[in-house]
Design a protein around this ligand. Structure first.
Ligand code: PGA
Length: 256
């Protein structure tokens, strides 16, 4: 089954307003023309509105880095899926390990967010991944499986098929350490097998599973050549147009 790869840039809390707008315009101009890959950028929240205006008419998707699950209400500092949709977002990253680690994001909350996003026609990019200590104590599959199961618990099969899962081993994020293609493929396959048990084989085959954690132009091809790796969620290497454009273009001469 061939799945359309998706390359997403998570800018985190980086870039000035001017730099973010310039980078978004460069992504639109240089990365919007590839027909065989989906491209998504996730700027810092305040920049979503002006960047959405610049992406109008472009195939480049726009993601928020987080959201609340409620439509509106007394949740100081939060963005609702309704507001994100109105702003022009197409995707929302949920359950990123930095949110789990520093902001108390729970599996249950991630599941509610996934549900709310589908209610409003937004695609979740659901992040999962184990810590170094969990990997070293042999808990990788158990940890990742429970994160995935909780994240998709409220979704129908069709909603699950539309959801993007990002496997990001915590020890590989921003560290320069990358899971080897085989290590990543092993976990991706386990995730797909789990999805097959939770839903069915046909649905599981439709789900795109991205790898994230120190993805860069020098390692993207090898990672993406693995059967169950369908894209990348990229932090550091998404912050300059040259490296991000290389990640997006890596398939030009490569057919899975
Ligand atoms: P990194 O970040 O590419 O800088 O490791 C990935 C992520 O956190 O999504």
């Amino acid at each position: 089954m061939s799945r359309r790869p998706v390359i997403a840039g998570n800018w985190k809390m980086n870039l000035s307003a001017d730099d973010a707008i310039a980078l978004a315009a460069a992504v639109r101009d240089r990365c919007g023309r590839f027909r065989d890959v989906d491209v998504v950028i996730a700027p810092q929240g305040m920049m979503l509105w002006p960047i959405a205006r610049r992406l109008e008419g472009s195939p480049v998707g726009l993601a928020a880095q987080n959201c609340h699950w409620a439509d509106k209400g007394a949740y100081t500092g939060e963005f609702s899926p309704v507001q994100l949709k109105e702003t022009g977002c197409t995707h929302v990253i949920i359950g990123h390990s930095e949110r789990r680690q520093y902001f108390g994001e729970t599996d249950e909350g991630v599941g509610k967010k996934a549900r709310a996003l589908h209610d409003h026609g937004l695609i979740p990019i659901l992040c999962v991944g184990e810590s170094l200590q969990q990997r070293e104590s042999g808990q990788t599959i158990a940890v990742v499986s429970s994160q995935v199961a909780a994240g998709v618990a409220e979704l129908s099969d069709d909603e699950l098929a539309e959801t993007i899962i990002a496997y990001e081993p915590v020890w590989a994020i921003g560290t320069g350490l990358t899971a080897s293609p085989e290590q990543a493929q092993d976990v991706h396959l386990e995730i797909r097998n789990l999805l097959s048990r939770l839903a069915n084989e046909a649905t599981a085959q439709r789900v795109r599973i991205q790898y994230g954690g120190s993805v860069k132009p020098s390692n993207v091809r090898e990672l993406m050549s693995q059967a169950d790796i369908d894209g990348a969620l990229v932090g550091g290497a998404s912050l300059t147009i040259d490296s991000f454009a290389q990640l997006v273009a890596h398939r030009e001469d490569f057919d899975k």
